[in-house]
Design a protein around this ligand. Structure first.
Ligand SMILES: [Zn+2]
Length: 85
């Protein structure tokens, strides 16, 4: 029997999304396209994440994409590029 691979919308993205807000690192959406999050930022390191064009028509896919980028990024404190301490 072929087991279906994970597809967009299969996993409970809502709980994943909420986890992002409960974690120490905070993912905040900067720009919405209607109800779809297009650009988000990590509140800790100010790194921005952009949902690819291909998922902007699907709110849950856009959320999942931003969530995944957020989960996999490494918080890097600004090394004097713009911020002064
Ligand atoms: Zn970060």
């Amino acid at each position: 029997m072929a087991h279906e691979p994970l597809k967009g919308g299969f996993f409970p993205f809502v709980s994943l999304w909420e986890n992002a807000f409960m974690a120490k690192r905070i993912l905040r959406v900067l720009k919405w396209l209607g109800t779809t999050p297009a650009v988000a930022v990590c509140e800790s390191c100010r790194q921005q994440f952009k949902a690819p064009m291909s998922v902007l028509t699907k709110t849950r896919d856009a959320q999942a994409s931003l969530q995944q980028q957020f989960d996999t990024h490494k918080c890097a404190p600004a090394t004097g590029a713009t911020a002064r301490e």
